[in-house]
Design a protein around this ligand. Structure first.
Ligand code: BG6
Length: 484
């Protein structure tokens, strides 16, 4: 809950992200009463002609993205009342006079949320400064920040000339997820996991973010971006660094950021001339999702029919430090896959000497599966004796469903992060050095995949991606969790 007075300005107010995540998050924060009374919202876009037109758009496009259980008519109406609207072309500095008038000189912090293409970040920040709006301001930059290391540096340099680092909130909404925070609690609040959480006991780790969703109406953005920039450089590497980091001294932003950065810096550089050994690039073709036939990526709106943009990535990463040397981390993400889920699988090594006799079940038996979404759960696979004569082993599991224990309602990622910006908490945002370390690591893949003759491997919608992703794991004597 904040008592902070604020003006929250949302650039890209009619964009896909605003529709799906930011406005529903803001609504929930409003409904939950955590935003106090002393705050107002200004949406900025080109599409809607005026405030009325904007509110019509919100009513017809955003409502359906608010979870049903969270929707209350009265709260929705009072949420809409808090909005002003400024029609503005972000590339036209003149238009910012209108925004300056709307923001006025009122009390409190000014939050500028740039849910726009990264190419607009610098022009917007400059125009804000030219109109006296950078004082008392915090600027939120959506991902992907830039297109590669060079462009992200250029943006960071230019934005850094206008705003101090502590005014810049680089958002990665995965860090705001309750389940991702819970990973820290699981690792550092329990004595039984941490001693095993290292190369001596862990054979491999898998991190998956899978979606059934296709590119929807975002073809134009997505085709220029691809899954590597959209998901790997940020969400997947943030999960990786949370899973692999050393125990922080405390939960303050400095301690956590320091340990995560060490992981990103320790990532083994990818082999420039041998990317195909460690990275699989896929693209969906048509197929069946939820019983419905869905089109191929190349047939999606605003996607060129010969596009080579990847909608699936599988990677092998290694971390060169004492804890993890030699342990493969398999990362995977894709659209139009068989399921929607985010999951971490820790495969432990077989026991050093099996007094119980050789057993093919050893690996299946020693495994921890942490599901982050759609359900938050932990499943610990163990080996047990099959009842009856002799000593046959079988795999059994212990299950923990967090919802059963933690009944209180969860905060959505965007709701939490928006509140953190208003209150000035930086811990769950990505500092410049972390972000650049992540870009540096993916750079060789970007380079390899930018060659026009390199085409992706195709997979049918509704499957688990191209066969090459399974072959990559087979070389290490393992399989993706679903393939067993
Ligand atoms: C966004 C990506 O950052 O994350 C989208 O741009 C993706 O392409 C989304 O669909 C997934 O987030 P979540 O929270 O639904 O898993």
């Amino acid at each position: 809950q904040t008592d902070q007075a604020f003006t929250f300005v949302l650039f890209g107010g009619t964009g896909d992200l605003s529709m799906r995540k930011i406005l529903p998050g803001l609504y929930q924060a409003h409904r939950d009463g955590v935003l106090g009374k002393a705050g107002r919202f200004i949406a900025v876009a080109r599409a809607a002609p005026d405030r009325e037109g904007y509110l019509d758009w919100v009513n017809s496009h955003v409502r359906s993205h608010v979870p049903k259980a969270a929707f209350e008519d009265e709260a929705w109406q009072s949420f809409l009342e808090r909005f002003d609207y400024v029609r503005l072309d972000a590339t036209n500095p003149e238009d910012f006079h209108k925004l300056a008038r709307a923001v006025g000189s009122g009390e409190g912090v000014r939050v500028f949320y740039l849910a726009t293409s990264p190419s607009l970040f610098v022009p917007i920040c400059r125009s804000l400064a030219d109109n006296g709006l950078s004082e008392r301001a915090r600027v939120v930059l959506e991902k992907p920040l830039g297109y590669d290391l060079k462009s992200s540096r250029a943006i960071n340099d230019a934005v850094g000339e206008i705003f101090a680092e502590e005014q810049i909130y680089r958002i990665d909404h995965y860090l705001g997820k309750e389940s991702v925070q819970n990973l820290l609690a699981l690792r550092f609040g329990n004595v039984m996991f941490e001693p095993l959480w290292r190369r001596e006991w862990v054979e491999s780790i898998q991190i998956t973010i899978a979606e059934k969703l296709g590119v929807e109406a975002r073809g134009d953005f997505y085709d220029k971006t691809g899954a590597l920039r959209d998901m790997v450089q940020n969400h997947l590497l943030q999960l990786l660094s949370t899973v692999a980091m050393e125990p922080p001294l405390s939960m303050d932003s400095e301690s956590i950021r320091k340990e995560k950065l060490s992981v990103l810096r320790a990532l083994k550089p990818l082999p420039l001339n041998d990317i195909s050994k460690v990275a699989v690039r896929g693209q969906y073709t048509s197929g069946v999702i939820n019983g419905q036939q869905v089109p191929a990526y190349r047939d999606e709106q605003e996607v060129p029919p010969d596009s080579n943009t990847e909608t699936f990535v599988a990677l092998k990463a290694e971390i060169e430090n004492w804890r993890w040397a030699g342990v493969p981390f398999f990362l995977r993400t894709g659209k139009r896959l068989a399921e929607s889920k985010a999951e971490i699988v820790v495969n432990f090594r077989p026991v050093p000497h099996s007094a119980l006799g050789p057993s093919v079940l050893q690996t299946v038996g020693n495994r921890l599966v942490i599901q982050l979404q759609p359900q938050e759960s932990i499943r610990l696979y163990c080996l047990a004796k099959q009842p009856g004569p002799g000593m046959q082993l079988q795999s059994v599991h212990l299950d923990l469903e967090f919802d059963e224990f933690l009944k209180s309602s969860r905060m959505e990622a965007y709701e939490r992060l928006l509140l953190d910006v208003i209150d000035g908490r930086l811990a769950l945002f990505v500092p410049r050095d972390e972000q650049e370390a992540a870009w540096r690591w993916v750079e060789p893949i970007l380079e390899e995949w930018s060659r026009p003759e390199k085409s992706p491997k195709f997979y049918s919608s509704g499957t688990w991606g191209p066969a090459a992703a399974s072959a990559m794991l087979a070389k290490h004597g393992t399989t993706w969790l679903e393939e067993e």
